[in-house]
Design a binder for this molecule. Sequence first.
Ligand code: DPP
Ligand code: ZN
Length: 845
Amino acid sequence: PGTVYLSDYAPFGWLIESVHLEFDLDPDATRVKSRIVFSPNLNSPEQEFFLHGENLRLISARIDGTAISPRITREGLTCPVPEGEFLFEAEVEINPGANTALEGLYLSNGMFCTQCEAEGFRKITYYPDRPEVMAVFTVEINGSASVLLSNGNPGPRGPGHALWHDPWPKPSYLFALVAGDLVAHSDRFTTASGRRVDLNLWVRPGGDEDKCAFAMEALKRAMQWDEQVYGREYDLDVFNIVAVDDFNMGAMENKGLNVFNSAAVLASPETSTDANFERIEAIIAHEYFHNWTGNRITCRDWFQLCLKEGLTVFRDAQFTADMRSAPVKRIRDVIDLRARQFPEDNGPLAHPVRPDHFQEINNFYTATVYEKGAEVIGMLKRLVGDKAYAEALELYFARFDGQAITIEDWLSVFEDVTGRELCQFLRWYTQAGTPRVAVKEEYDSGTYTLTFTQSTPPSAASPVQRPQIIPIAVGLLGANGDEVVPTQMLELTKDSQSFTFEGLSGRPVPSILRDFSAPVILEHEISDAERAFLLAHDTDPFNRWEAGQALARETLCYMATSDARPNPDYLEGLRAVLRDDSLDPAYRALMLGLPGESEIALALSAHGIIPAPEAIHAARERLLDALSETLADDLPALLDANAVRERYSPDAAQSGRRALFTAALALWSRRDGGARAASEYAAADNMTLQLGALGALLAIGRGEAETAAFYEQWRHERLVIDKWFAIQISHAAPDAAVAKTRALVQHPDFNWKNPNRFRAVLGALAGNHGGFHSRDGRGYALFADWLLTLDPVNPQTAARMCTAFQSWRHYDGGRQMLIGAQLDRIATAGGRSKDMGEMIARIRA
Ligand code: DPP
Ligand code: ZN
């Protein structure tokens, strides 16, 4: 029911010459007056047109000044229209106070704000709410708040009134309005061509003003970086950012008026972790970069969402790599890809980077569209080279500025710049599933051959899989660890293909898929000794880390299915890496990170073994104990060497040291019973250390007093209280996680209508693999109860969290029955949203 297909795309029959909106703000009866000039777009437009509109009370409508009585349905308005240009006017009434879905115009702590992507503008007024309809907006706001904001440049304003004009044609999903009693943290930026831009970060007064400085500095860095690296300048006189507490996503790139989830913009050393700072810098950059990749050039239809998101994620990753450490960023991104995108791509929710059908587009703001979408661009850049990539992007901006386009348009600039045909490459956008690449090696008197075979399991989304073009970066190491063949980019285009290296003096050790050159699963059966060799010697930082991960993954798989002891090659190899002070502490901290329990579950399942969550948890605990034993002599020295005594800074160097420090502290707690962690907790003067120490204590079943003290200390800092909720559940033992969650949902501060708080609690339960999959099914039942509670209030956030169930087919029959029962319960519940209905149907399929 209600499925939309890419193949059914038809353009809208009119252009919009101009849009004038007037808002009379009122918490439960806001009036919106619109004046829209339409002109025919196609040669023979139909003489009737349709405008989207939902939950609107139509007061009046006119065409060219004459009152009309359009047909109104739940989806919108239909009426006959004259030939040629005409003026459409309407007045509607909406109720922001009753808008708990946080789409359209709503209230957050008394502040009016909007979220229109993807299809929220239709909850504000009647409009062709589709991304390819671009128009110049003028917006008048009447309201009692001291600050009244919309897109573009400010016009005349007075008490209770403001006028905004956005000269850049834009789709309705980029419309924004904010009204509240706000204060600004302000600064200024001068663009390369000399335009002076006022920058404001707006927050509610009373504690948030001192959490703005970091985001503002990050914004200026992003503006400068986009000029230097992509030649893109900002194009308005003012850039406003507003922090909002109730928000479904991280942030939104509305033209000239970005709206941010408070958690993605507010930061101070006392209340935010190093990871928070890094994420804020990345999201600020991401939304800013959308100004060109998304706003100036936008999507023809929502199937093309990856056009803007994949590219903008790719750009923000480049930015972070430049600001911080490229290898560390790459490794973090791959960890994230494996944790979120691989399960999606290998389960019932698999869909192509460019989906070809959907019921509810909100369900497709996924790791596949975003993160795999960015990986696809990384591959394109590897295949054509950096120079051609830069030329293609120049051409892209020149050719498509002001347009709403498709993935084929995007690829056309690469074809034109390189003369290379990219129809096979297009499969990365149209086929779902993670390709598996198996490797075979042969060596014979100086000649070394690598044979790759690719295959992608078919799925409902992609029943027929054709070979992809896969860039595989390979280097060869000699017996002493020297690189005998530096990195080469091999292009695998067929099902199976061989590549030969001549003139070698001995059998090399290959380092394959360097820098994770393609988002695939590499199946390379090599000995533990060879992996340990790569862990010690690989000159590619990603693959060196990967060698350690592969050893850890394999040993965890063995340990979870037998009483095998941890692999000594892994333990010894890791110790050598940790002792190497020439290596960046942030990198060594990543080396200490073990694969997560759900990653091990999926790895077992890929080997045809049904994962037992309790056994996986126990195996990981045993490996952590063994690590702490192996490193017993090293940990105190690591702690001393990486304790930061300088004044706090969230920069890469300091946060890297803190990352290694807290990783070492967690291991050391297994030796000293948490004594050191308790004293570090007591002495901590920043959130990274405070939370790191608390986590170390909770992980060994201690920290009760600290947890209580933490709450007392931070009860008035909502973003810190989110962390307090989450850490107790994520660090609970598997048999305690459900009870802990049950207790915390009773807490007076569990304001479940706030998406951040809901995710802090229920997201942490889903992330506690052992607890969520507790054998009696109580984790599933509790989780489903809350999905059903949230769904009528906020379908978008509720539906997105259904992904917790996406890997259910990997587990044993008993668990599948228990999960299946919860899915049935949700599927048959009355009043379920379209969002949730689609997700559950796909998961059950
Ligand atoms: N706000 C979301 C993002 O920037 C959707 N555009 O990715
Ligand atoms: Zn985005």
